[in-house]
Design a binder for this molecule. Structure first.
Ligand SMILES: CC(C)(COP(=O)(O)OP(=O)(O)OC[C@H]1O[C@@H](n2cnc3c(N)ncnc32)[C@H](O)[C@@H]1OP(=O)(O)O)[C@@H](O)C(=O)NCCC(=O)NCCS
Length: 123
């Protein structure tokens, strides 16, 4: 018999870092603003490997969207989901639109790719 946890969901994504290389905060402000919040951009552009960090956050957003789909939530967009980092670097998901959903996220990047996995728990 097929059984499923109804209040737990998971999503994963992997993307090529190259799609974010060369993006500049000024020149590409419109493109960046469609995906990232100012806080996310502040974090990523502090680092010379900003494209890796942007791509990791993008993956985390995509992974969160996948996880939410399993709860039949289909109205969440990139700008709604904020992927921030605690002082110790550990990432977390901020989604004010759905305060009853808790998340865990893990991000990793290699030279070419970034990936993220998101676990979602609905109260
Ligand atoms: C945090 C750490 C595990 C990251 O690993 P890494 O292979 O260098 O880098 P990855 O690309 O896999 O992961 C980077 C991402 O991990 C996340 N991260 C950062 N610190 C973290 C932490 N303490 N715990 C969990 N995730 C963390 C971030 O999301 C980061 O990406 P971002 O800055 O774009 O958001 C590692 O650098 C570290 O600090 N380890 C400290 C402990 C240690 O050295 N142990 C020895 C192991 S043998």
């Amino acid at each position: 018999m097929f059984m499923e946890f109804e209040n737990i969901s998971i999503g994963v994504d992997i993307e090529e870092i190259s799609r974010f290389e060369g993006k500049e905060r000024g020149k590409d402000a419109n493109f960046l603003a469609r995906i990232f919040t100012e806080k996310e951009l502040d974090y990523c552009y502090k680092n010379k490997n900003y494209a890796s960090h942007l791509c990791g956050k993008y993956c985390a957003k995509e992974a969160a969207v996948k996880a939410l789909t399993n709860f039949n939530i289909n109205n969440v967009y990139y700008g709604d989901i904020e992927i921030l980092n605690k002082d110790n670097g550990i990432p977390f998901v901020n989604l004010p639109k759905y305060p009853d959903i808790k998340f865990k996220v893990s991000v990793s990047h290699s030279k070419l790719y970034a990936t993220a996995t998101v676990l979602a728990l609905k109260d």
